[in-house]
Design a binder for this molecule. Structure first.
Ligand code: ADP
Ligand code: MG
Length: 584
């Protein structure tokens, strides 16, 4: 141990380390994925910096990650030639947690039921190294500081000291992991190769396995005597050549490090796309529902892979403008940023996209992305591609139902947010219907409309079962009309904005004027009924004078004796409930 300045881990770090160790002890192998991914991030950072400051790279022009194993010392070292950390960085990055949401995460994970999905999403990061290590030494050299050593045994504190051997790394970070007694498996080259193949195939920098190899070479025996006579030369040739064993370092490349998005889609398997999804999202167990890999040419040239996740993130609609990180931008294979929100409209925040642009200026800074013309054109193209993908997906009814279940609300938000596309979106919407248990499109509802039916009937409520039992729906069903059953709070707003579909108006069955397009049979009887029930109507009206506007004899009900309806311009009960919910 090199004596150094002592620091305490921030309380959150200690708690996080405990959670990581207690919940992931069954898969300690992920430490390698996390450390390689940190190395790759650090390499991205120095490459990005070098776009505007070419001298940044001088401290070490190579960009790679090298893993070496020392069986005798039981140490694995992972070295990257990335941006490195200053003394201050070491103290801050490996001693505190800056990540937002950490406290909430720790809170959830400390409960009885640790959510393994959550830990995958949160990304356990550097501290996962203590799954396999009882001591870790991080040596790091950043261009702005001397080389420093951070060291810890994970118990409460760590030390930082200036490296007495000087700035040997040039630039980058070396993590020396002293393995726990029972973690010897990671000393096997084959195991390291297996894990790199499993988790880090899509890292865009070469990852080497460095090992010491020996070889025997024949060494020419040079004679001591300065004798050029013919006999002497013949004598020398007869002598058996001496062999010596030399050792040398061998770097074996473990990944293809050709970005998957530049490959021909025809050569990429579903499994590879799935695997790349976990890399892109940093969500170890996540899967995509669908993807699209395409190349755009014309006013902007770029390649992209776009994924629809299998599940909607829990906080999809609460995410802040800056926190979405759903588009990773590369320019000519160089990672630029994942912090721009200019690529996709809000309603598409659920997508996960990688864009690699050819003609965006190389030295765009994270800030100027906003004002870039090619970025705008990329954005337009991406939205178009989403529609293509959804259209294709919608041809498989079952698969599409899965999409609607997860992202139906996003589509509806889209129809409100993106007026220019709301027609297109309306074709992609699906609703529950009284007709069957399956979702229906508006198009197929219209194709089933009864002769003489002018409007599209819909009813709203908090669940399909509840809506089905409403007296309004009941009476329409009794007359063989199909009713759309809308249970999403946003439905009513969307429908009132859409107004109609293929020339048919939407009619809420809970509203007063409902034209069923049927013969007004027995207009006489209606009058008679009104006269007969006038005393009752007067009485009800007088009794409920503060709550209702008027009382009518209705022919819309079948088995229910009475129903409350909204007038054509008022809010329905459902809408009132939503608005009340909003106000809280
Ligand atoms: P995350 O990668 O999600 O930020 P980590 O716990 O993996 O969280 O890493 C914490 C921070 O430590 C990183 O954000 C980075 O600033 C720093 N760091 C970790 N490893 C390296 C590395 N190899 N090179 C440079 N910085 C690193
Ligand atoms: Mg990390």
């Amino acid at each position: 141990v090199i004596p150094g300045e002592k620091f305490q881990f921030q309380t959150e770090v200690s708690r996080l380390m405990n959670i990581v160790i207690n919940s992931l002890y069954k898969t300690p192998e992920i430490f390698l994925r996390e450390l390689i991914s940190n190395g790759s991030d650090a390499l991205d950072k120095i490459r990005f910096q070098s776009l505007t400051d070419s001298s940044a790279m001088e401290s070490n022009p190579n960009l790679n990650v090298t893993i070496a194993v020392n069986k005798k010392a039981r140490v694995i070292t992972i070295t990257d030639t990335g941006i490195g950390m200053t003394k201050e960085d070491l103290q801050k990055n490996l001693g505190t947690i800056a990540k937002s949401g950490t406290s909430e995460f720790i809170e959830t994970m400390s409960g009885d039921k640790a959510d393994m999905d959550l830990i995958g999403k949160f990304g356990v990061g550097f501290y996962s190294v203590f799954l396999v290590a009882d001591k870790v030494r991080v040596t790091s050299k950043n261009n702005n500081d001397d080389q420093y050593i951070w060291e810890s045994t994970a118990v409460d504190d760590f030390t930082i000291a200036k490296d007495p051997s000087g700035n040997t790394l040039g630039r980058g970070t070396q993590i020396a992991i002293h393995l726990k007694e029972d973690q010897d498996q990671y000393l096997q080259d084959a195991r390291i190769k297996e894990l790199v193949g499993k988790y880090s195939e899509f890292i865009n920098f070469p990852i080497y396995l460095r090992s010491e190899k020996t070889k025997t070479v024949e060494q020419e025996v040079t004679s001591d005597k300065e004798d050029d006579s013919e006999e002497a030369v013949v004598e020398e040739a007869k002598e058996k050549p001496e062999t010596v064993t030399v050792s040398y370092l061998d770097d074996e490349l473990m990944n293809s490090n050709k970005p998957i998005w530049v490959r021909d889609p025809k050569t990429i398997t579903h499994e590879e796309y799935d695997q790349f999804y976990t890399v892109l999202t940093r969500e170890a167990n996540a899967k995509p529902m669908a993807y699209s890999h395409f190349k755009a040419e014309g006013d902007t040239e770029f390649k992209a892979i776009m994924y629809i996740p299998e599940k909607a993130p829990k906080n999809l609609f609460q995410r802040t403008e800056t926190g979405e990180k759903n588009v990773k931008l590369y320019v000519k294979r160089v990672f630029i940023t994942d912090e721009s929100t200019d690529f996709l409209p809000k309603w598409l925040a659920f997508l996960r996209v990688l864009v690699d642009a050819e003609d965006a200026p190389l030295n765009v800074s994270r800030e100027t992305v906003q004002n870039n013309k090619s970025i705008k054109s990329i954005s337009k193209h991406l939205v178009k591609k989403v529609f293509d993908l959804l259209k294709t997906m919608s041809q498989d009814e079952e698969k599409y139902a899965g999409f609607i279940k997860e992202f139906g609300t996003s589509l509806k938000l889209g129809s409100l947010e993106d007026k220019s596309n709301s027609k297109k979106i309306s074709r992609l919407l699906r609703y529950h219907t009284s007709e069957s248990d399956k979702y229906t499109s508006l198009e197929s509802y219209v194709s089933r409309m009864k002769k003489g039916q002018k409007d599209i009937f819909y009813a709203t409520g908090s669940s399909v079962d509840e809506i089905k039992q409403s007296p309004f729906v009941e009476s329409l069903l009794a007359r063989n009309f199909e009713v759309l059953l809308m249970d999403d709070p946003i439905d009513e707003i969307v429908i009132s904005e859409l107004r109609g579909f293929e020339g048919k108006a939407f009619k809420n069955v809970a509203k007063a004027s409902l034209d069923l397009g049927e013969e007004e049979e027995g207009a006489e009887t209606q009058k008679e009924l009104e006269t007969r029930f006038a005393p009752l109507l007067d009485w009800i009206h007088a009794t409920l004078i503060n709550d209702i506007e008027k009382v009518q004899v209705s022919k819309r009900l079948t088995t229910s004796p009475a129903a409350l309806v909204a007038n054509d311009f008022g809010w329905t009960a459902n809408m009132e409930r939503i608005m009340e919910g909003q106000a809280k």
